[in-house]
Design a protein around this ligand. Sequence first.
Ligand SMILES: [Zn+2]
Ligand SMILES: [Zn+2]
Length: 406
Amino acid sequence: MEPDFELVREIVGKEGRLCRFCLGSLVGEKLGAIPNAVKGAALGSILELTGRSSEGPCAVCDNLIENSMDDLVERALRLLSSIEYNSVKAGVKMPPWLIEREDRLRAKYNPPNMVSVKLTLIKWLDLVLSAETGAPVEKDPDVLVTFDLSLKDVELRISPVFIYGRYRKLERGISQSRRKCPYCGGRGCEKCNWTGKIAEGSVEGMIGEVMKEFFESDDYVLHGAGREDVDARMLGRGRPFVMELVNPKRRSADLKRIEEEINAKWKGKVEVLDLRYSNREEVRRLKEGSPEVRKLYRALVEVDGVVTDKDLEKVERELTGAVIRQRTPKRVAWRRADLVRVRKVYEVKTKKLDERTFEMTVLCDGGLYVKELISGDEGGTTPSVAEVLGKKAFCRELDVLEVLGH
Ligand SMILES: [Zn+2]
Ligand SMILES: [Zn+2]
């Protein structure tokens, strides 16, 4: 490390003493895998032995790092001891004045192998955390420990836990997401436990509240592969979802037990199946929705007038294999742009119940508005059941029987 050492001697001679972290950052790129703080400590001893060390506080950090490190590490380990994690990583926030001093030094001497004090410190803390906790350091860790040198504080950022499953909704009138709290309008109040949301009456809340207890999380978010209407049931093998548990203190839980508890608690209303651990990548895939997704619906159709067996044969014949053009229905127009969707119907089967009502199963592309496929939406959807019959038709009940392709 000859040329660097000359330069270090010059810098220390002119600027004054440097602590092991700031010394180490000067020669950072040299000496391979040895942590910079250790290099700095070695350089410090050499300077002392050769009578080149100076007295006084560190010319870059004013001894801030050495003075606060022990306390901050101790605090971090105390915080970590109350949560479950399998990997860690350190982060550092530096006070601006320190970065300024460092930049001045860099500009004045241009040390060829200099690495920032911040990075020097992060690498050091990674080693300390990993050695003290036994957890490996990972780029995308379960918990990021941020050491704030300005505030002299430590903060944990815990990665969410993701759980994949499928839900069945056996009762109508349950929404997929939680409603905004009517008392505070979503800002958070005592009534909603400061979440801004009401858990009751939603699939998200019914599943989320149980999972939240198991994982000791602060909150949760349900990511669904599409959604059904509030008044539609979701039957068959259920709709795929990923539950994101926010800020969880536990990461491992018995998913079988969670499944049993949810299904016992909400018997006849909501059920979950196939629970397993998941990740953010799967949420992304689920949200994008694969275009190959097909859905099987069951609808109860009421007709204005009388339907004959011939009518129903005609509905089956003309709508099976039909390409449907739909303008955005008025009932959802407030939250979606008005445009024409093209979706295919693969199969329609009917079963007459009485003179003016029949049951219809529809296998179609995901994203088709089935209520409008029946009513025709005043010409906004074509062809439609109403158009084929030449009579007004109306969807009285709707269930999703299957979501296929996930
Ligand atoms: Zn220093
Ligand atoms: Zn509230």
